[in-house]
Design a protein around this ligand. Sequence first.
Ligand code: ADE
Ligand code: ZN
Length: 340
Amino acid sequence: MSDSSSAPSDSALFSLPKAELHLHIEGTLEPDLVFELAGRNGVSLPFASVDDLRSKYEFSDLQSFLDLYYATMDVLRTEDDFAELTRRYLAKAASQGVRHVELFFDPQAHTTRGVRLETVVDGIGAALDEAERDLDISSGIILSFLRDRPAEDAEATLMAGLSRSERIIAVGLDSAEVGNPPGLFEDVFARARDEGLRAVAHAGEEGPPEYIIEALDLLQVERIDHGIRAIEDPALVARLAAESIPLTVCPLSNVRLRAVPVLADHPILRLDAAGVAVTVNSDDPAYFGGYVGDNFVALRDALGLTADDAARFARTSITASFASDDRKTALLAELDAWRG
Ligand code: ADE
Ligand code: ZN
């Protein structure tokens, strides 16, 4: 990089070394792989073709997306399916500068249709091991509870997850937000933290700023996923900044799910200017029109993101990750080299 205050090129933003901290592995399921796996597993699909499926990627809100997201993942059946899904994501991520990833999976979306948690974790884990070896991408897996299912289900899911505790670094909370506040999951998060797991939660995507406060106070999370509605509460913005609570922001997702009307209105730079630690992520890239590098490019185009901004967000993604101190030091050195 040379001029740090000018518009960075696409290739500079793609080569920017970064960590991706908000990525649902099931949200990387591209339409062509849906059809490939349906053929392999003998699953009949309610879509006529890849193009027909792609035409359904018009969402009015989070729930309209979740309906399709849970339907398409029915093609994921075997350990190999999850490995292939993860492999394809990692190849794409590597080409867009991802050096470390902490990915969510939704065990309840699989166990409820007869796919064991171990099958999912072992498949994802095999691909993550390959990526560590072949692409030098480090990683962790976040077990995410579905907040629109009862807390007792989350408890059982945590217990099942502990059978793969060496693979799982944290617990998370996702799915339909409004009407399902974080406080419902206080006990299971306490149990997870007692087991040595880190904690994060989706909050303030569609839900109100109060849900972000609950996630901090009741779930004691270390990061907030999305968190963009904090912008409506100046005291909360001040608290996030003072307590250095990182937000894993997903710009293209927020536009596609209509949490913000257009990218030019996105609050990410206002949160950053207020001192909040923000990172850029892709959420469900197969559904929202772009992987993490594409999200940086879109921010440059819509909001004038500079090379300095991009480097700051990438630095935060590394420091806010759950990677080891040695890995963080190595990645920060790569970032310094990128800045030149
Ligand atoms: N599950 C997958 N993507 C999600 C999102 N953006 N919000 C809540 N739950 C999700
Ligand atoms: Zn998400």
